[in-house]
Structure formats: C-alpha cells, structure tokens
Design a protein around this ligand. Sequence first.
Ligand code: G3P
Length: 221
Amino acid sequence: MKFFVDTADIAEISELNDTGLLDGVTTNPSLVAKTGKDFFATVKEICKIVKGPVSAEVTATDHATMLAEGRKLAEIATNIAVKVPLTLDGLKTCKLLSDDGIMVNVTLCFSPAQAILAAKAGATFISPFVGRLDDIGHDGMGLIADIVQIYNNYSDFQTEVLVASIRHPMHVVEAAKLGADICTVPPAVLKSLVKHPLTDKGLDAFLADWKKTGQSILGNP
Ligand code: G3P
C-alpha cells in the first residue's frame, strides 16, 4: 500500500518525506488556499521534495480551459498528476491528458458508477472521498469495497484506487484490508498511525530496566 500526504504545507511534506514512508502528495484548491502561498511556486517546490506523484488540481469547469490548465500544470514537473473533477468535462479532459502520457487523478468521486467512468477515461488514480460520505451518514468504506471489486473484474482497468478524505487511522486500516492501492492521509492522521499507548508504556519499562544495568551499547568497546 502506498501513502500520499494530503496537504500543500511544505514543512509538513518535508518532515514526512524524511521518514522514507511517503510515496506522493495530493493537494486541492482548499489546501492551497490554507497555506496562503503562491500555487505554482508551492507545487514546484513539492515536486522537488517528493519523487512520487504530486496532484495539482485544475480550477476551470469547462473542458477546453481544463485541458489547457492541465497541460500547463503538467509542465511544472514530470511527477505532476493533474487532478480533475468527476464531471463529463473532467472525464473528457482525463482521457486526452492520459492519452498524452500525463498522470491524471480524478477527484470528488462518490459512487461506483463514477469510478467506472474514470477508469474508462484512463485515469491514473480515482479519488473516492470516504470521510465526506461518512459525514452525511453514508458508507465511505463500502464505496472503496465496491470500486476495488469492480476494478479487479477488468484487467483493462489500470486505475489505482486512491482513498481520500481520510479522517482517522481506521480509515487507513480498512482501506488496506480492502486492498486499496493508496491512502492520501492528512499529516496529523499519518503521524497518529504510529501511536499506541502500550508501545509507549513498554518502551518506558525497557528503558528503566536498562538504566538499572548501568550499561551502554555505544559505550561498549
Ligand atoms: O484531497 C481531497 C480530500 O482528501 C479532501 O478531504 O477532509 O476535505 O474531505 P476532506
């Protein structure tokens, strides 16, 4: 399973990239707005820090402008994945960009039917939003199960399932159990994956007992 981080915050991205556990980055207009920084400069810097795919989203809604924006974004770096919304114009744009060898992330997916269309359009990634479905009382993980099952039925569907709108560690665990390819995770949730109170308690006890021995590993000749 691959981990992307869902943020446009350079400091957070650098810190997480240094762990060696990061496979890519997803941004969206809301995340860019949150940084208050220049969009192009930010995305360019992210692409230099992280080797894997970096999603940058178009902001037009009509096909012609979306296509022009997508091509412009793809010029930023070879690891750019152009993010387009799951609309007919977005799918049409996805098909043309994919045919040109540009990675495309089709975002704002809320149904299996939409995911089928994205795969047909040659999307590199489909981004189903689990948290936003859960927020309105729907079954976010049920959508992931449906998409994974459908994509597995067709060898010509090469689209990777990128679970988005993740709110907590169990979303990641459930996505992994279902065989989703990627989770894009907010920095705080990514960092919380390592936490367990019994790990902290166990480590404290080991260190206290070790101290009693008066020995040192690095001090050993
Ligand atoms: O980047 C898309 C998605 O992950 C957004 O998540 O928390 O705004 O629903 P959220």
